[in-house]
Ligand binder design. Structure first.
Ligand SMILES: *Cc1c(COP(=O)(O)O)cnc(C)c1O
Length: 394
């Protein structure tokens, strides 16, 4: 019998200890609400929603849940948005034990509020938690934490074209202890930020910069986990991208430096001809995007062949030169699907045409995905979860 099966049995036969129930989510958490006394007025909110930008403005409340080794998850609450009080010895500040998620709430034409495949984010948060030695939050508690945010701050979900409320769940180690081990005290939070259309003036292809000097992940590292440390490691190469007039940085695999891994925060796809989509296979160093998975499904639905395999830099160069590669794009929750016109790199490397327009397959997939998210196309895969009604009525 496997270790996992053994421990499951153990948990079942020893039900009743608070820690087991609280850590495994055997009992759903109940949330208390402390309404903000400083909530923005309707007029103030509408002013913000008219031009929210991205990640700059936050709603009036946040979710906070505590975890300790002794008690498991407890004290779930919705409280006024505001600074966290952290002891200077708090472990996240020293050893970076932190993970996060990113998903969006979308307003449909009838005013209802929905989110997209939140169970995928819940699963990924659990996988990230395991890798970072943080406690797992159950899928149902994760989704309930999102519902709670919408219940209190649903008016912050904008309704203009391609706008949304970006939800940022995150988990930090906050034990006051400088010894190096997994923290015994952890906090989980959800904050929310209204987001304008990512491409305010229409979808514009981007140039990306190849980092030959730095990797974002290595074999056995944290590349497949959504953790702050991966982003910290990507910031210097990202600055080099900006210095070279590129919007994002592209990383090769850390081991051989020959395969395409992904961008700092987005997965990459190549269109071959008019009927094949190719994306780097999941090797453990790539973050498994929900958008990536959804694009693969939508492409297959259209009859495209989708290959998850290694793509080398030479494949990219040769594919562009021969015309076999017709389109390149990146994808992720924030920007959805972003066409890539050109890859630039050290030594004058330039693959593709900086002035290339967005590809038709790229744009068709983008349109179909956003139409599903905004309720303009049938949700044939059951990807949407309604947030603005209680779970038992959704
Ligand atoms: C979050 C993230 C993505 C995109 O994931 P989605 O679930 O599609 O938003 C891709 N790469 C990295 C490194 C990420 O952190």
């Amino acid at each position: 019998m496997s270790q996992a099966a053994l421990s499951d049995t153990t948990t079942e036969t020893t039900t009743g200890t608070t820690t087991d129930a609280a850590t495994t989510g055997a009992f759903p958490l109940t949330f208390s609400l402390t309404p903000s006394t400083m909530a923005r007025t309707r007029a103030e909110r509408e002013e913000i929603l008219a031009d929210p930008g991205f990640g700059k403005k936050f709603t009036d409340h946040m979710v906070s849940i505590d975890w300790t080794v002794e008690e498991g998850w407890h004290d779930a609450r919705v409280i006024p948005y505001g600074p966290l009080q952290l002891d200077p010895a708090s472990s996240v500040l020293h050893y970076g034990q932190e993970i996060f998620e990113g998903l969006k709430a979308y307003r449909h034409a009838d005013g209802s509020i929905w989110t997209f495949r939140p169970e995928k984010n819940a699963d990924r948060l659990q996988r990230s938690a395991r890798r970072l030695a943080l406690p797992e939050l159950s899928e149902s508690d994760f989704i309930e934490s999102i519902r709670q945010m919408i219940a209190v701050d649903g008016d912050w979900v904008p309704s203009d074209h391609e706008t949304s409320l970006y939800l940022r769940p995150f988990m930090i180690a906050n034990e006051s202890f400088l010894g190096v081990r997994a923290a015994h005290k952890v906090g989980y939070y959800v904050i929310a930020s209204p987001a304008g259309a990512y491409f305010a003036n229409g979808v514009a292809p981007i140039k990306i910069w190849l980092s030959t000097e730095y990797a974002r992940a290595g074999r056995g590292g944290t590349g497949a986990a959504k953790c702050g440390g991966n982003y910290a490691a990507s910031l210097l190469p990202q600055m080099q991208a900006y210095d070279n007039d590129c919007a994002q940085v592209l990383f090769l695999d850390g081991e051989t430096g020959s395969h395409i891994d992904e961008l700092g925060g987005m997965n990459v796809f190549f269109v071959y001809g008019t009927d094949t989509l190719v994306t780097p296979r999941l090797t453990g160093t790539i973050l498994e995007g929900v958008t990536r998975d959804s694009i693969i499904q939508l492409a297959r639905d259209r009859g495209l062949t989708v290959e998850e395999r290694d793509v080398t830099l030479d494949d990219w160069r040769d594919g562009i030169a021969s015309g076999a590669i017709t389109e390149v794009f990146a994808c992720g929750t924030a920007a959805v699907v972003t066409p890539i016109s050109q890859l630039k790199g050290p030594g004058g490397l330039a693959i593709g045409d900086a002035d290339a327009p967005a590809g038709t397959i790229t744009m068709a997939l983008r349109q179909e995905l956003t139409d599903i998210q905004y309720g303009l196309l049938p949700d044939r895969h059951g990807w949407l979860t309604r947030l603005d009604v209680p779970a038992d009525q959704a």
